[in-house]
Every structure is written in C-alpha cells, then in structure tokens.
Design a protein around this ligand. Sequence first.
Ligand SMILES: [Zn+2]
Length: 333
Amino acid sequence: MTLGAVGASISSSGAILLGRRVACDAHKDCRPVRVVTHAHYDHILGLERSLRYCRKVVMTPATRDILQVLRGVDLRIGKVSALNYGERLELPDGVLELRYADHIIGSAQVLLETENGTRIAYTGDFKFPGTPALDVDVLVMEATYGAPNHVRPPRHIIERMFTELVEQQLSNGPVCILGYHGKLQEVMQILFDSEVWAPVILPKKVLEVSKVCERYGMRLGDYIAWNSEEARELIARRQPYIALHHINSRSRIDVDAPRIYLTGWEFRAPVRKISDREYVVALSDHADFPGLLAYVEEAKPKLVITDNYREGYAKTFARELERRLGIPAKPLP
Ligand SMILES: [Zn+2]
C-alpha cells in the first residue's frame, strides 16, 4: 500500500485528512466535513473557519456542550452535527462513524469506511488500556508519549498515591490542584470515589465544564463556586479545601496553598516533590509508550501515520513501530 493511495494524510496546518472530504481537528479549505475529536485547544484549530465554510461540523454531544462553555457560542444551531458513538453518517465517498476514546469526556476516534471498503481511522488523543482498538487498514494516531522511555506505573498506583498526597496536604490546610479541562473533572471523580472529604472550590469555567461532565454521567461530588460567600469564608479562615484550576490560569485562589500539578510528562515517579510546596503527579490522559504499541498490535493496520503536528514523539514512534512490529509507519506532516 503506497502512501498516495491510502486516503489518509496530515496537512501542514495539523488537519487529519480522511478520504476526500473529511478533515479532523484543524480546518482545511475545500473539505466539506470537519470533525472535532475532543475539546482540547490543539484539536479545535480553525473551528470558526470550519463553522463558516464547512457543510457539516461533526462532534459528540458532550464535546459540543463542553465547547459551548469554553467558547461561549451556541453550537446547538447551524452546521454542528452531534453524532453519538456508533451512529453512521453517510458521505458520498464512504461512511463516517465516531467511536469511543478514553481521554476526556466526549472524546472520539474517527472511522471512515470508504466506498472501496478500505477502513481508515484516526485515534485522536487516547488512553490505553481503556480505548477500544479499531480493526483498520490505515491508522492515523497520536504519538505524544512515543519514545521507549515514556513508561508510567499502572494507573491505580498513581491514583492511590495522588489521593494520599491530597489527604496529607489537607491535614495542614488548603491545597491547590492544577490541570487541563477534563483531567480536573477526572480527579474530582477520583477524589469522590476515594472518599476524600473536603470542600471543593472551582473557578467559573471549571465549574461549568464540571456541570456538563455530570450531565454525561460523571460523579463529581459537591463543589462550590470560588466567588460564593461560602468559598470566601473558607479561604479567609484558612480551612482545608481543595481548589482546582486550569493549568494556565493566572488567577490562583491561594498563593500560599501547596500546589499539585497534573502532568503526563513525568516518568521518574508517580508523585514527585519539585519545591517546598509544589508536587507533580504523573496523571495522564494519554497512553504511554507500551500503551501506544499495544493499541497498534490490536488494530493490526497495514500502515500507520503518526501525528507529527501536535506535541510529541511521532518520528521516534514511527521508527519504533517499524522496528518492533514490522508495520510501515510514517510521521506526517
Ligand atoms: Zn487532548
């Protein structure tokens, strides 16, 4: 199978091109169907242009609702086509489906079965295990943690050490947790399931995203808005509470509280102290290197294209795929 004939590519602007009509996760002129795999900023590139110029903008209902909160626009009208997992969208050159991806709420893989029967898929971002591997001919995939040294301990161990750290910090007062949208709600669920009890204080956007997550079935426990009377009192009295912030947020609630950063780029230890009052926890929403490799082994594609546009190790991973599994692999663009 030569690259020109496979019907999949990645443009210089980061659009994953499937078949002749579909562009995923970035806008591409002359492609009438735009797919948004999930609500993270590096997967909604050129969304305004797509909403203007594409015939259809496809995403799951949860991704649509999260984007509405983050962008402040009404996406329930117009060209947005909310597609549930497994629902089929007939196109002139094939059938498009969104399939479940374990990453943040609403995340999807994209599967296109072309008119000549070729199955092409794009994984979007995903965790593995947790994400069903699609049985395909051509696979376009993320390769964020695509280097052989990107290996993390099992998830349950990281989660347990994370909750222990939070409990330990709460015995001295408030604690601040910083991460991306989606992952913040995931740790709310972890803390709730582990019965870590402390008031949870959320800034506006994080609170609104949390409400959407609850609508789609996540159990997050109780939380209060950072500008509420109750929150102000807790903060003023230095009582124990958990504050959750977006990692790029500049308006931190409490400069004196210890901070826990949630990051996938930590491989030395599940929990690591980086300064007097700062910790990193290796909680990631992405597969590590063995996870990426295991996905490909299950999917058994004839050709793999690794996403070299977004941050990560696409070149290294393509090389390792060829070497370890003997599957032709190419980083693009
Ligand atoms: Zn993502």
